[in-house]
Design a protein around this ligand. Sequence first.
Ligand code: ADP
Ligand code: ASP
Ligand code: MG
Length: 418
Amino acid sequence: MTTTTPEYESLPALATEETATRAGTVVMKFGGTSVADVERLKAVAQRLVAAREAGNRVVAVLSAMGDTTDDLVRLAHEISPKPKARELDMLISVGERISCSLCAMAIHDLGHEAISLTGSQAGIVTDTAHGKAKIVDIRARRIHEALDAERIVLVAGFQGVSTDFDITTLGRGGSDTTAVALAAALGAEACEIYTDVDGVHTADPRVVPAARKLHAVSYEEMLEMAASGARVLQLRSVEFARSHDVKLHVRSSFSEAEGTWIREEDKRMLEKALISGVTHSTEETIYRVEGVSAARLFEALADAHVNVDTVVQAGDEFVFSAPDRSETDAVLDGLGVQWSSRDDLGQLSIIGAGMRSHPGVAAKAFATLEELGIKTELVSTSPIKIGFFVPRGKVEEAVRALHEAFELDSTEAVRAHD
Ligand code: ADP
Ligand code: ASP
Ligand code: MG
């Protein structure tokens, strides 16, 4: 077993004279399902207009409609087995432009002013890592001007312009990060993430139907959840929220109900729940590498922007997990080291700030998995997370069993907040 403390990368300082909180600026982000067709886009337009009529300066960040991004990626691979990353970004960034321009038209028809902007027009400057670019600066002048002119501003999510003036995308799910970064740069009071579930749940509701909505989750817990597969927020958006103190409200785009608040930890969060959730992911590959120094190995991976997760060292051998299969393979081949990989494992994680002060969580989890005859192949821990790699085909069964073992479906586990 190994102990890893997640090291989140440094974030750009977005503080400029523009970041002083301006009363009533709201950033509202709508995911792909929420803008999937004309009716839903019209409903989003109505929600934005309502927020504007309530006196807010409204900035909306929209994702591409439904499966548009997947369709565009597929199309690229039909044309070419290995499309160049720059051209892929040019292509897949258009999905969000479609949603924003259509929504602006719907807002005009409701009698309000609106303007759609690409990430580049909105002043979102990134590094040059195509497909997983990081925001390095936000030059929000144009957004401010549009807001001052009483317009609703629609910003295409998940994209920016690089320091080399190319269009970049921020990685799958990146519209969340666009929204939070804008909320930070504009000094918005909160960032609302509208999605197809009514909040952050104790587990993925698609896998655990009994999963309950959490009222409040701390930044640290949400970081761990997002890092270990809870797709509902992109990891980097949570990093931004934490380091720039942006409160997030994850809620349904199909109802007015209150969702989940992501914010600083408070005592009540700790008192009520030992475990907040069980997450899972089946997208990582486990690598075993020998014959290279740790410094050389991890530097080469970092240079290729590979996000390495769980790392275990045993003698001269390193075991780690990574999501970017083809890039990781290329780096290891380039190093000329001995390596092997496994694609047959998935990770499940139990997460909870209360874990810090309560021993016995690991014991209970191991007992639960053992009872099911599920063998753990690799285990990693942080102060508030225990992650288990188990055979991929067993992941969903294990998630349900742990959810039940920690009584996450019982109302007792409901976490109070103000
Ligand atoms: P959007 O298109 O709005 O960005 P996503 O598909 O990216 O939506 O994220 C929402 C999905 O995240 C939900 O439909 C749900 O299946 C999944 N999900 C995974 N884990 C969780 C969790 N712990 N709580 C809520 N949703 C989760
Ligand atoms: N449309 C992009 C994706 O599907 C970005 C997003 O939805 O956040 O990943
Ligand atoms: Mg998403």
